[in-house]
Design a protein around this ligand. Structure first.
Ligand SMILES: [Zn+2]
Ligand SMILES: [Zn+2]
Length: 125
């Protein structure tokens, strides 16, 4: 029972933001509702939500994981100055999957694309 409530609270926090937050950020938000929740519980529930496909984990090499409640395949932009992650609303290119499959003989189900650079905010400052 309790676990379901925690999971729901975490999902709600993620659905309320487009900032692709870290587990720490989610933890701090969920704590406003459930003050006695532990960071370990947040991590465990984030894993479970990823496994069940309810959220996406953005997994860049070495950096902290980010989480996203938006489940359709979409592209991201990561700012190299402030490390914020944004959604990029370009249509997902199914042609790349087809070409990769042709080239390798593998069955390609999706691809991951992250743009890098400097966001508008950081360009201005
Ligand atoms: Zn930036
Ligand atoms: Zn996203």
């Amino acid at each position: 029972m309790r676990r379901t409530k925690q999971k729901e609270a975490i999902l709600e926090v993620l659905r309320g933001t487009t900032s692709h937050p870290t587990a720490d950020w989610v933890y701090n938000e969920v704590r406003k509702d459930i003050p006695n929740i532990s960071l370990g519980t947040v991590y465990r529930n984030l894993r479970l939500l990823c496994q069940s496909g309810e959220i996406l984990e953005l997994d860049p090499c070495g950096a902290l994981s980010r989480f996203d409640a938006r489940r359709d395949n979409h592209y991201h932009f990561r700012c190299e100055k402030c490390d914020r992650v944004f959604d990029v609303d370009l249509p997902v290119d199914g042609e790349i999957d087809r070409r990769a499959a042709q080239k390798t003989g593998f069955e390609v189900s999706s691809h991951w694309l992250e743009f890098r650079g400097v966001c508008r905010n950081c360009q201005e400052s």
